[in-house]
Design a protein around this ligand. Structure first.
Ligand code: GUN
Length: 287
């Protein structure tokens, strides 16, 4: 029987631990950690994610501020806001929710965030630190959440075969680097990969972040493999009923060793890791 590895319970523990840590920091005279969340436009999914992030921040004792800007906001105005947040001593973490409207160059915006406040880990300095394995930078939240989940069930990563499906800057590339750092043998695949089922069948660890509902079939999964499903897809069945599914056909994976559920798997861990990064950024500033 497959073991279902829940992220929501683990994220809850992380949040409780962070709340205690923040209370101790504040009792010792340090600033309350501050997180700025910037949302441009009215994307409904982004609004839900930002709301969840702020609620979770509040529960962990982190002060959060939301900057909601209209979709037609120009790039220069957004860069001005980021410059002000970079200079604000009460703000330790800055998160610009993606995607941004098309007229804004997302790379230029992410480059403008001070690397020490880049709690998403998307700034080139933090990407570079991750790729050199220095351990010094802020690490992207979803990949960090995937690794913490994997650590619950794997003691020794060395030499394990890991297959990542998806090559995004947010999940696929950074999670591949983290697995490589743990001395897995890592294969990064994507939508154009030929013979994907065969490649996945060889994996001890599968991390799927393809954004494609139930792409990964049960017969792609080696018996006993650990499967981390990052996908969150809304699908409508033939009766018009909508539901959330992952990138893995979960009901076909009874022979897997471990599987994360959707919802309640990686999603809550992403938020918990954002809070972790914010507290780390606040601590680093005090040093
Ligand atoms: N959009 C989808 N995932 C993310 C994320 O992890 N961070 C930000 N800023 N935007 C996102």
């Amino acid at each position: 029987m497959v073991r279902i590895l829940r992220g929501d319970t683990l994220a809850g523990q992380m949040s409780d631990d962070l709340a205690a840590e923040v209370a101790a920091l504040v009792a010792a005279g340090q600033d309350v950690p501050g997180l700025a969340v910037v949302l441009v436009g009215e994307d409904p999914a982004s609004r839900i994610y930002v709301g969840r992030k702020r609620k979770a921040a509040g529960m962990a004792g982190i002060r959060s501020a939301e900057y909601r800007l209209p979709a037609e906001t120009g790039e220069a105005a957004l860069l001005d806001l980021i410059a002000a947040l970079n200079a604000d001593p009460a703000i330790h973490g800055i998160l610009v929710q993606l995607p941004l409207p098309r007229h804004i160059d997302a790379a230029r915006v992410l480059d403008a965030i001070a690397p020490e406040k880049d709690v998403d880990g998307f700034h080139p300095v933090n990407v570079g630190r991750l790729s050199t394995g220095s351990g010094a930078g802020l690490v992207p939240c979803t990949p960090l959440g995937c690794m913490i989940l994997l650590e619950q069930v794997i003691d020794d990563f060395r030499g394990l075969k890991a297959v990542v499906i998806g090559k995004s800057n947010i999940v696929g590339k950074p999670v591949a680097l983290l697995l490589l750092e743990r001395e897995c043998t890592v294969t990064v695949t994507h939508i154009h990969t030929r013979g994907l089922p065969e490649i996945v069948r060889s994996a001890d660890i599968v991390v799927v972040a393809a954004g494609s509902p139930e792409l990964v079939k049960g017969d792609w999964i080696k018996p006993g493999a650990v499967v981390i499903d990052v996908g969150i897809n809304r699908v409508v069945d033939k009766d018009g009923i909508s539901r959330i599914v992952g990138d893995v056909a979960a009901q076909e994976c009874g022979h897997a060793g471990v599987l994360t559920p959707v919802p309640g798997g990686v999603g809550p861990m992403t938020i918990a890791c954002l809070l972790r990064n914010t507290v780390d950024a606040a601590r680093a500033k005090e040093k």
